[in-house]
Design a protein around this ligand. Structure first.
Ligand code: SF4
Length: 481
């Protein structure tokens, strides 16, 4: 286990981007699975860096967990010694509950039916209410996570039904919000996706069996093959020789998080039939049409703006050049107090290439702006490197509202766009001009119908009831009345 990660330190890691939530994985195989799970977690590392854990079945569920990146959290010997032919894995970024080892997943509980282990990506909107009700009934909770609520409800229900699939279905009818979950119930392994399919989840073949993962790129790395996305409201059971599907009938619509394509998922993953890299390129192309810039060079903000910038360059015909070099080893920003006057966090992470930038009119392309503090420093860095003009183009519309479904954007106050016009945002970040893609442009670039996407943080209309916020689709409410 690595040293404790301080929540504040981790949260300030990249204030310019929405922070990822979690990554989940499950597998059933004819061979030992712990090493496959470990590699899957390394592939899903971008979805959570606070903790990692693996649970396998071997005459009961055995689990190892730790704080930090998967290779820091899980010692090679511990992974090797964990023997079992079914298992689940999890990497965590906390959006609900603090960053401590107690909250690391998979969560494991013992029941009369057998052990249960659960890993969760997403956020349960009605978790507080459920927890309050259960505490009144005398229940006690060990962690501060919404995932514990899910596993405890499941354990309680299975004591009555004795039927894992029925109990998972019952659980799905209680939970509201976003959840892609992998679950082991005694010696069986399942994955399930919430009725709106907010967070991604897919299934594929591995060398020794079948698996479920947050992103399709996992199957490439394991030498396997992506099969399909799990449907909203679907429960799948993984066996070495087949995938068994149960459709719960609880899904009455879809609300896939648009940010998965914009920033969160890896560019080489495919979600709902749309390769993330191609979506980002199309966003860049559309951005070039909607927000042209009369400049000499297109420069991506590495690494998040690269695919968008390639599209912008292709469509505009303006040369693409890597004008900012990234120090890959500055994961978190820590500035010595006496240095803070002269060294910014951005200077530690990025260095401008003067030969690309000096005396040029530059357009910087990135995926999104949350607070605006980092992009402001980058604009100044590029200007100090001799750029004649610095323009900014952004591959998502302004973020104006919190996310309640698993992304760490919780208050309106933090957003650059709160209380500011686009022009005022441009002034705040000291750019010569700023332009965002439109909501329509984004939807068309993703390639799914608007009604199949969650756009809550952009439009302030959410696909589920959230206290104090507007609901976009009445029909999606029907499943909860
Ligand atoms: S509110 Fe925004 S970040 Fe959250 S799920 Fe919806 S689109 Fe994604």
């Amino acid at each position: 286990m690595s040293g404790t990660v301080l929540e504040g330190e981790q949260r300030s890691m990249d204030p310019e981007h929405p922070q990822e939530e979690c990554g989940v994985f499950a597998i059933a195989s004819v061979q030992n699975v712990s090493i496959d799970i470990f590699y899957a977690l390394r592939v899903l590392q971008h979805r959570g860096q606070e903790s990692a854990g693996i649970a396998v079945y071997n005459n009961g569920i055995k689990a190892i967990k730790g704080m930090g990146l998967a290779h820091q959290a899980l010692k090679p010997d511990d992974v090797n010694n964990l023997k079992g032919e079914i298992g689940i894995g999890h990497v965590r970024y906390s959006t609900f509950g603090s960053s401590t080892i107690e909250n690391a997943q998979p969560i494991v509980v013992s029941t009369n039916y057998g052990d249960i282990a659960l890993g969760h990506n997403g956020e349960i909107v009605n978790a507080d209410k459920i927890m309050e009700d259960l505490k009144k009934k005398g229940w006690a909770f060990i962690t501060s996570t919404d995932s514990e609520i899910a596993v405890r409800l499941l354990a309680n229900d299975i004591a009555n039904t004795g039927d894992p699939v029925r109990s998972l279905k019952n659980l799905m009818s209680i939970l509201q919000g976003s959840y892609s979950m992998t679950i082991m119930i005694d010696n069986r392994v399942f994955a399930m996706r919430d009725p709106l399919g907010v967070r991604p989840l897919c299934v594929g073949r591995t060398k020794g069996g079948y698996a479920a993962a947050s992103e399709s790129v996992v199957f490439d790395t394991l030498g396997g093959e992506f099969i399909r996305d799990v449907d909203p409201g679907e429960i799948v059971e993984l066996l070495p020789g087949e995938i068994r599907s149960t459709k719960t009938g609880l899904s009455k619509g879809r609300a896939h998080c648009m940010f998965e394509w914009v920033y969160l998922a890896r560019a080489d993953s495919s979600i709902e039939g749309h390769l993330v890299y191609e979506v980002r390129r199309r966003i860049g192309q559309r951005l070039a049409n909607e927000q042209p810039a009369d400049v000499d060079v297109v420069v991506p903000i590495p690494d998040s703006g690269r695919s968008h910038a390639i599209g912008y360059s292709e469509e505009s015909g303006i040369r693409y050049s890597e004008g900012l070099m990234k120090n890959r080893y500055v994961e978190r920003t820590f500035i010595m107090p006496e240095q803070s006057e002269r060294t910014t966090s951005v200077m530690l992470k990025l260095n401008p290439l003067k030969s690309v930038i000096k005396d040029k009119r530059v357009v910087l392309v990135d995926d999104s702006i949350v607070r605006g503090t980092t992009i402001r420093q980058i604009v100044q860095l590029v200007r100090n490197a001799g750029a004649k003009e610095v323009h900014v183009r952004i591959g998502s519309p302004p973020i104006r509202a919190p996310c309640y479904f698993g992304i760490d954007m919780k208050t309106r106050e933090q957003f650059a766009a709160t209380g500011r016009t686009i022009e005022e945002i441009g002034k705040m970040i000291t750019a010569d001009s700023i332009g965002y893609i439109s909501v329509e442009g984004l939807i068309e670039s993703i390639g799914l119908p608007a009604g199949d996407l969650c756009l809550g943080c952009l439009t302030e209309e959410y696909p589920l009831p959230v206290p104090g916020e507007k609901v976009r689709y009445q029909k999606k409410l029907d499943m909860f009345v």
